[in-house]
Design a protein around this ligand. Structure first.
Ligand code: ACM
Ligand code: ZN
Length: 499
């Protein structure tokens, strides 16, 4: 047998999986659907692991739990990995190697690929508060994460402009906090300010959330919900002003920015937050809950008898320490539920936390500080990883934040482990994440325009070793990725610019 002969993918090719393994069966069905989209061929999916065809199996030599081997010979395409997730990434690699061609047999060159991810946390974030994206759009976002071997979806569910997750104990969070009376038109700094006075909002029911979580799980994407505290909480406080320092009243914000009214540190607020989190932890199997913690103005705390009394009781001298007290209390509570917390880098400003993971967004310095202090870190610096910033100076669509340009090449060449870290400190860098803040985008096509193809570059930042990266070769691969985007009808940015 000529080892170098290609495998011929034809209508008669079967996809096989180990009998009785539902996840592997699902993997086989995913592969069949990808091949159908790309080539029009409807391949049979069947249990069993020998014979000619495409064979999915567990085992092999990959040490990384998400690693895989893809081996193509003239008789078989074998994808193996230590876990179903590893096999799923092998499937994505095979998928990306299949040309878009309807009605012809396809030759897959003989090859052996042994591959595994550099980082265990490969994330993308979506803000659904500033603009609401319905379940179908969120599922599509998850499908695209799968295509790009990403495994974490950070779902930014609450903010000043809308509370988007149903909480049964506090229904006004969504009936009141889920809707705003008006929305600023154009950029926040435009003068004069123009308003769209249409009521705007929406939220996910708990059934919606369960559906999305299950959808993501099948695609090996873990969803990390973010419930912002103590700041970015005006929507919640509009519904329940009793948990603020002043008592309100408030309005769900229609502007973007940082607002003074945040949760008060009185005792009843902690009961409120814990009740909410009780429902959240039931909905999300993720080991992490994101508590936000960014951009909390502490002005109200300075002038609040409850907050000042709390500081005295706890022997705190600065309001920043009160923020740490807040996060620590909630962290302790979530630890009792078997959950760990993530917070934006401000969470370390007021002193020591227990086991928090720090998401570094104000550049890398918060992450460097955290890694040196022994905390786990996700790198998400706004100068590289904020996909709401323009991809090019030429923004024909007028969406996104025009104050910063983050080109595809800039994303691609980002290295999440800062050189100032020692080898031991560097072990705390668990991964990387891109964020999509949606002040200046409100529809699926706009969201996709900002995400792609930058997510393809992010994927290599998260997956590939630094020494294996090469922007020129990436651009060649991008040709094929764009064809996949076309098949999927993704509205990606077609302008690749270096400025
Ligand atoms: C952030 O961009 N405020 C995390
Ligand atoms: Zn207060």
């Amino acid at each position: 047998m000529d080892q170098a002969a290609p495998f011929i993918l034809s209508n008669g090719t079967k996809i096989m999986y180990p009998e009785g393994n539902e996840k592997m069966q699902k993997n086989a069905e995913f592969l069949a659907s990808y091949i159908k989209d790309l080539t029009g061929k409807s391949l049979a999916v069947q249990a069993g692991t020998d014979g000619k065809g495409i064979i999915l199996q567990l085992g092999g030599n990959a040490k990384n739990p998400e690693g895989y081997q893809l081996k193509v010979t003239s008789d078989q395409v074998v994808i193996s990995g230590p876990t179903e997730a590893g096999v799923f990434y092998g499937i994505q690699t095979l998928r990306k190697s299949i040309p878009v061609a309807q009605g012809v047999d396809i030759a897959l060159p003989a090859v052996e690929i042994n591959d595994y991810p550099r980082f265990s946390y490969r994330g993308a974030h979506l803000d659904v508060s500033r603009h609401f994206f319905p379940v179908d759009s969120v599922k599509r976002f998850i499908d695209m994460l799968a295509l790009h071997n990403m495994n974490r979806f950070h779902w930014h569910l609450t903010d000043d402009q809308g509370w988007r997750i149903e909480i049964k104990k506090y229904p006004k969070l969504t009936t009141v906090g889920g809707y705003r009376k008006k929305t600023i038109v154009g950029y926040m700094w435009d003068n004069p300010t123009e308003w769209d006075t249409k009521r705007y909002g929406g939220f996910y029911t708990q059934e919606d959330i369960k559906e999305v979580v299950a959808y993501a799980k099948k695609r090996f994407v873990e969803i990390i919900p973010e419930i912002e505290m103590p700041g970015h909480s005006v929507a919640a406080l509009t519904a329940y002003p009793e948990y603020s320092c002043t008592g309100g009243p408030f309005e769900v914000e229609g502007r973007w920015g940082v607002f003074n009214d945040i949760y008060c540190t009185k005792e009843s607020t902690f009961t409120f937050m814990q009740d909410i989190l009780d429902e959240v932890v039931e909905l999300f199997p993720s080991s992490y809950i994101h508590l936000g913690g960014d951009e909390a103005s502490r002005i109200r705390w300075k002038n609040c008898v409850h907050c000042q009394e709390r500081m005295k009781q706890e022997h705190l001298t600065k309001e920043a320490e009160l923020q740490t007290y807040f996060i620590n209390r909630i962290e302790n509570y979530l630890n009792t539920k078997g959950k760990k917390i993530i917070g934006w880098d401000e969470i370390l400003e007021g002193g020591i936390l227990q086991r928090a993971t720090v998401m570094s967004w104000r550049g890398e310095k918060g992450g460097i500080h955290a890694a040196k202090a022994g905390y786990d870190v996700i790198m998400s610096p706004n100068i590289y990883m904020y996909f709401n910033c323009l991809q090019s100076k030429v923004n024909e669509k007028k969406i996104g934040n025009p104050n910063r340009v983050i080109t595809l090449e800039k994303v691609y060449n980002y290295h999440p482990v800062p050189e100032v870290l020692s080898a031991d400190e560097a072990k705390h860098i668990k991964g990387v994440q891109a964020n999509l803040w949606t002040e200046y985008m409100s529809a699926l096509d706009e969201m996709e325009y900002m995400l792609y193809p930058r997510v393809a570059a992010l994927s290599e930042v998260a997956w590939s070793k630094k020494e294996n990266k090469d922007y020129g070769r990436f651009c060649t691969r991008l040709e094929s990725i764009r064809r996949h985007y076309d098949v999927l009808g993704v509205n990606y940015c077609k302008k690749i610019s270096n400025e």
